[in-house]
Design a protein around this ligand. Structure first.
Ligand SMILES: Nc1nc2c(ncn2[C@@H]2O[C@H](COP(=O)(O)OP(=O)(O)O)[C@@H](O)[C@H]2O)c(=O)[nH]1
Ligand SMILES: [Mg+2]
Length: 309
């Protein structure tokens, strides 16, 4: 019995997540080998999609060489980490990363944004370290304009400063972001918190009253969890679990608030969104378990949805 095509699609997406270039092409080839060899129908669609992935990976690989500053978006949201050097941004990325970053490939002195996928709220999101954003960035000092460009396209910003630092250390970075007119949801990560006292953290909170302060240390697992929670809230997304044949997928999908069951169906497959007839819903948006709803029903965070066709 072949794997149900929707499950295959999910597994394929997961296996390709975080893979680029030759590694991605190799994984696509392996998936093509495992795919049942039907000439028509959903498996044939999957084959077409995988073949197009090979082509796209090639195009992207050559593009990366031309413009090394661009960060390809991955995951449900992109969150930029910005702050002075040596505050522990790379270490934080490393501690939170789902796929291990090889530090050899990304020396800590790197001047390029470094992406990493991490699971927050059960959903993969992309964290991007923005190194070396210095005073004068808006005048392109330190390649600042390209770095601000990356910040501008991110969904949210985490300002990083040592928990024991003088609040003044973060001011130049914030000033450049403001000068660039970039306004995003954000919070302040008080990093290397194991070196700090409650008083210094208080001082940061008082200096930046508009930002939630999250104290974090890479050697304190509970603080990393608090960071993940705050990062998840920043995305503003909602989570829905898919159910089919009486089985609920363990990993939720992430959607914009206000999404309808049509968008859930679309996430599964474009065609399914066109032809499905309704859904069953369990959870906060349902009046009772398994409520039958129409295509325009809005889902809520924590719902489980079964698409009916
Ligand atoms: N005590 C302590 N040291 C840390 C922590 N995070 C990073 N560091 C250290 O701070 C230094 C700078 O870290 P790095 O991640 O390169 O900072 P970045 O320049 O902001 O990316 C390194 O020596 C790290 O080992 C932390 O949570 N606690
Ligand atoms: Mg770094």
């Amino acid at each position: 019995m072949p794997m149900p095509h929707r499950t295959f699609a999910q597994v394929a997406k997961r296996r390709l997540t975080g893979k680029e270039g030759r590694e991605r092409v190799r994984e696509v080839r392996a998936l093509l080998d495992e795919l049942p060899d039907y000439k028509n129908g959903p498996y044939a669609d999957l084959r077409k999609w995988l073949l197009s992935e090979i082509e796209e990976s090639r195009v992207r690989s050559s593009a990366v060489h031309r413009d090394s500053i661009a960060v390809r978006r991955e995951g449900a949201a992109q969150i930029a980490l910005v702050g002075p050097p040596n505050v522990g941004k790379s270490s934080l990325l490393q501690a939170l990363s789902e796929i291990q970053i090889k530090t050899g490939d990304y020396p800590f002195t790197t001047l390029r944004p470094v992406p990493a996928l991490t699971r927050v709220g059960g959903v993969l999101v992309q964290l991007v370290e923005i190194p070396g954003l210095i005073e004068g960035a808006n005048d392109d000092r330190g390649g600042g304009r390209a770095l601000l460009g990356v910040l501008r396209s991110a969904d949210a910003i985490v300002y990083c400063v040592r928990a024991s630092a003088d609040p003044g250390e973060l001011r130049p970075v914030r000033a450049e972001v403001e000068l660039a007119g970039i306004q995003k949801p954000g919070f302040l990560a008080a990093t290397r918190a194991d070196e700090a006292t409650p008083e210094t953290i208080q001082r940061l909170a008082a200096a930046f009253p508009d930002l939630e302060v999250v104290a974090v240390s890479v050697i304190d697992e509970a603080s990393l969890d608090a960071f993940r929670d705050a990062a998840w809230r920043l995305t503003g997304l909602i989570r829905v679990r898919l159910r089919s044949n009486g089985e609920t997928q363990p990993e939720p999908i992430a959607l914009e608030p206000g999404a309808t069951v049509t968008e859930v169906a679309d996430w599964v497959h474009h065609d399914l969104a066109m032809r499905f007839i309704g859904a069953r819903v369990w959870g906060p948006s349902a009046r009772f378990d398994g409520q039958r709803v129409g295509r325009d029903h809005s889902v809520q965070d924590g719902d489980t949805v079964e698409i009916l066709q």
